[in-house]
Design a protein around this ligand. Structure first.
Ligand SMILES: [Zn+2]
Length: 671
């Protein structure tokens, strides 16, 4: 019987795939891709763009399609069998990609093209050449053998340290429990939270209620629990993760990671790790990021100071609190917010029936980009909850296939994401259109009620739909530059900008209708949503900036000058500090984003993307939020361009100028 994954299928043939097809399909596709690379290396002709760079860009296409299907399903509809296959396949895939990026013969050809580049290349081709060349160089291709070995050693050590860091954080998280047996100590907590704590206690065969340092348990506790001593206890425990005198201490690991990253960067010719990372970001270099963070801080700090005073006064009035502490912040913020806005999710949900919200998002895309979404039933799917759509343009041409998968179930991971089953490219004159999917975990329908979304879920849907538009409207030649294949600090622009439409009465009028009465959401609610979105925004901004500054500090400072982790942190926090320091707590020892995730020297990108989306939306706002001309400029210069050019160039083509933080500060009510 033939293996469907190795045939030339169009949309993913889910129903025809047997689980045992994956492994042989991967093996075959990897072998084929290797063969394609070998042919490039053995080509007798002088290396040129077409026979080397372009040939590489179009190699391993079947492997990509198989990988997309497999890893998408491993996130959205997994089971033990798939997870086992993932364990086997992941090392094979990384070995394959190392075979390419460490192959000296292949690099020799790439370098030859790079060094003799002529002006005959298009912008997209130049970008592809540069990206391909840098892919090798940033992995040490230009180093002598001794330094290459050193680089591999550092990479090996870093991989181990990151794992160790994560394991320690996890161990510390699991080691702590707040066990409550006196019902009075639950005062202030919502029923759902109490119920979850009760379940947790029952699982552990304990009396009463159990809270842990897992966020779904920890956050509600510090936000709602009236008992200040207990808030303090759990918050201090949380701040101690990786910073205690035990086997799970991360202090030395942090210092080692920072030292090795710096060594690695210098080996490759960069001043520090941040300079290495930011070379491939819209922000370009550490100086730009410092300026960016400090400019925002200058504007946000006065607002944060004012809000901190307001919160202090409020807590004093309410509970005679003398000095607001870290474990008080969330609690009094939430109380004050409730008092001021009284905006309950349950009040809003009836206006946000999932089907209406989805069709609202479609209608926004129709108004802006002329897209039509037609549900179709002839496309194979992996679960009955999945819906499939054909997306067409104004002339009726196929733009994309679009999948949606909205409800939680066993086998789907948490969160919401956009992904693709097939990317977009142009080959031999044929524009291959992409197959895009969004996967969420929204409130499911019940026998008596349709799926009604919280406002937060509505913005999530628009956010993921924004990523999806980036994928669907892609119009580039090479798949590796297509759609969302852009620099990291640029990828959230298309998604975050879409969230802005949700706050506009003109948009809400399209879809926010009561599921029983069809009445449009009252204007008064819309105003409240907007106001509450900016509530205590100064504090939130300064908090984000403090993380960004800490991250950048770690990755720009000469590591030999850092003697104590805690001291270093306090120096980095000096300009952003509001709450009194807690001596037995540290942030870095559990800052997994930058020491075990991909955010090193990249934490600023959250704010960076907000500046971009606010600035870009402001351009719409000034000219009408459904202005076709602006939308076309956004589509042609940003959405369709993927990573074919530097994001700043693309952005300026759309906007006519560089992004400015003014719009964000205005939107956030900070100026
Ligand atoms: Zn996103």
């Amino acid at each position: 019987m033939k293996n469907i994954l190795l045939t030339a299928f169009d949309t993913a043939p889910f129903s025809q795939i047997n689980t045992q097809d994956y492994e042989p399909a991967f093996n075959q596709a990897i072998a084929d891709a290797k063969q394609e690379i070998q042919q490039i290396i053995e080509n007798k002709d002088t290396a040129d763009f077409k026979n080397t760079i372009e040939a590489m860009a179009f190699s391993g296409m079947q492997l990509d399609r198989i990988s997309n299907i497999f890893f998408n399903l491993n996130s959205a509809e997994t089971n033990e069998d798939l997870q086992k296959i993932a364990q086997i396949i992941a090392p094979k895939l990384s070995a394959f990609s190392n075979d390419i990026s460490l192959n000296p013969d292949l690099f020799a050809r790439v370098k030859a093209v790079h060094d003799t580049v002529t002006n005959t290349l298009t912008t997209e081709q130049k970008t592809l050449l540069d990206k391909t060349y840098k892919g090798f160089v940033r992995n040490g291709a230009l180093l002598n053998e001794t330094d290459k070995t050193k680089l591999r050693e550092i990479d090996g050590q870093l991989a181990v340290l990151s794992l160790q860091f994560n394991e320690n954080v996890l161990a510390e998280t699991n080691a702590y429990q707040l066990h409550i047996t006196n019902e009075e100590d639950l005062a202030g907590l919502p029923d759902g939270v109490i119920e979850a704590a009760k379940n947790l206690a029952e699982q552990e065969k304990k009396e009463g209620w159990v809270f842990t340092l897992d966020y779904p348990s920890y956050l509600p506790f510090v936000t709602y629990a009236k008992n200040r001593e207990l808030r303090k206890e759990i918050a201090v425990a949380n701040g101690k993760k990786g910073f205690q005198d035990n086997d799970f201490n991360n202090e030395q690991i942090v210092l080692d990671i920072v030292r090795l990253r710096n060594e690695r960067a210098q080996l490759l010719g960069y001043q520090n790790h941040a300079a290495f990372v930011l070379e491939e970001r819209m922000a370009q270099n550490p100086e730009n990021v410092f300026n960016f963070l400090n400019e925002l801080l200058e504007k946000a700090k006065p607002a944060a100071d004012k809000e901190f005073d307001e919160l202090s006064t409020y807590s004093k009035k309410l509970d005679a609190i003398d000095q607001l502490q870290k474990w008080d912040g969330s609690y009094y913020s939430e109380k004050l917010k409730q008092e001021r806005f009284n905006l309950d999710d349950e009040l809003l949900k009836p206006y946000f029936q999932l089907e209406n919200v989805l069709y609202g998002a479609f209608e926004v895309a129709t108004k802006l980009y002329g897209l039509t979404f037609t549900e179709v039933h002839n496309i194979d799917k992996y679960h009955e909850d999945v819906q499939t759509f054909e997306v067409t343009d104004e002339s009726g041409n196929l733009v994309a296939v679009f999948y949606t998968d909205f409800f939680p179930r066993k086998g789907k991971r948490n969160g919401a994401w956009m992904t693709s089953y097939k990317s977009q490219w142009i080959k031999d004159g044929k524009n291959e259109r992409p197959h895009i999917s969004i996967v969420c975990n929204f409130t499911p329908p019940t026998p008596s009620k349709p799926s009604l979304l919280t406002f937060n879920e509505v913005t999530t849907l628009f956010h993921e739909f924004g990523h999806a538009l980036h994928g669907m409207l892609a119009n580039t030649t090479y798949p590796s530059l297509s759609g969302t294949s852009v620099y990291w600090d640029f990828v959230e622009l298309p998604s975050q900008i879409m969230e802005n439409w949700v706050y506009e009465p003109e948009t809400l009028a399209l879809f926010a209708k009561h599921y029983q009465t069809c009445e449009t959401i009252p204007q008064e609610y819309i105003e409240k949503i907007k106001e509450s979105a900016n509530f205590l925004e100064g504090l939130a901004t300064v908090r984000q900036l403090s993380f960004g500054l800490l991250d950048l500090g770690w990755h720009t400072t000469n590591p030999s000058a850092i003697k104590s982790l805690k001291e270093f942190e306090n120096e980095q926090f000096a300009s952003t500090q509001l709450y009194p320091d807690v001596a037995e707590n540290a942030m870095s020892t559990a800052f997994s984003h930058i020491f075990a995730g991909g955010y090193a020297a990249g934490y600023y990108s959250y704010k960076w993307a907000e500046v971009l989306d606010a600035d870009a939306f402001d351009y719409f706002k000034q000219n009408g939020i459904f202005n076709k001309e602006i939308a076309t400029k956004f589509k042609e210069n940003v959405l369709s361009q993927g990573g074919t050019d530097h994001p700043m160039t693309l952005y300026k083509k759309f906007r006519g100028q560089e992004p400015s933080p003014e719009a964000l500060l205005k939107r956030a009510g900070l100026v």
